[in-house]
Design a binder for this molecule. Sequence first.
Ligand code: GTB
Length: 217
Amino acid sequence: MTITITAFERSPDGGKGLARDTRVRWALEEVGQPYEVRLVSFLAMKEPAHLALHPFGQIPTYEEGDLALFETGSIVFHIAERHAGLLPHDANARARAITWMFSALNTVEPPILELATTRLLESNKSWYPERLPLVEDRVRCRLNQLSARLGNADWLDGAFSAGDLMMVSVLLRLKSSGILNEFPNLAAYVARGEARAAYKRAFAAQLAVNAGRPPTG
Ligand code: GTB
């Protein structure tokens, strides 16, 4: 059955791979599943046809036969459950890998998003110089804890899993901030993710859509 995902017609990041279709492309590449991409504009995302797939009018979505999914956590979990390569067979190791997926999305991503939003939307506010360091420190707090847990390991719990895919995807958003480099083992962890052949294919595929198109917004 053909898998179709949606992605920005034109990503605001100009092809840096930070939009969330990249993590879905990466998961599909890791498990060797071909997929098609339907590009959608910001306007089309808010129209009924897309809202029927994604109630919040966002990308990415995932369609496969009768199944339509939204939310990258759910989509990557679905891919990892249906195809070998992203979740261990051992039941406990599998549960732990899934736990890392949730923690990437629920515990590590929120302060990183808060930082991105602060920088993007609040830099003209009088209180920005006071707020920014507070928000940065919330990110540092999480990275400090994650860094301590990762230690010298290559991946969070044994072999590379969907938990690492999600955690690296979340941390990638920090690359331009300089904060990631304060934690050399996390910077190396992200670089290991980026060095995977499947990630490179996913990145190249999104870049092919956005190359030569200046960032918007
Ligand atoms: N929780 C959802 C998920 O994980 O699937 C979040 C989905 C989401 O935020 N989608 C964004 C979207 O569709 C695109 S990825 N936004 C349009 C809208 O809400 O109207 C977020 C994103 C966008 C742009 C950059 N960038 O330019 O760097 C990075 C990340």
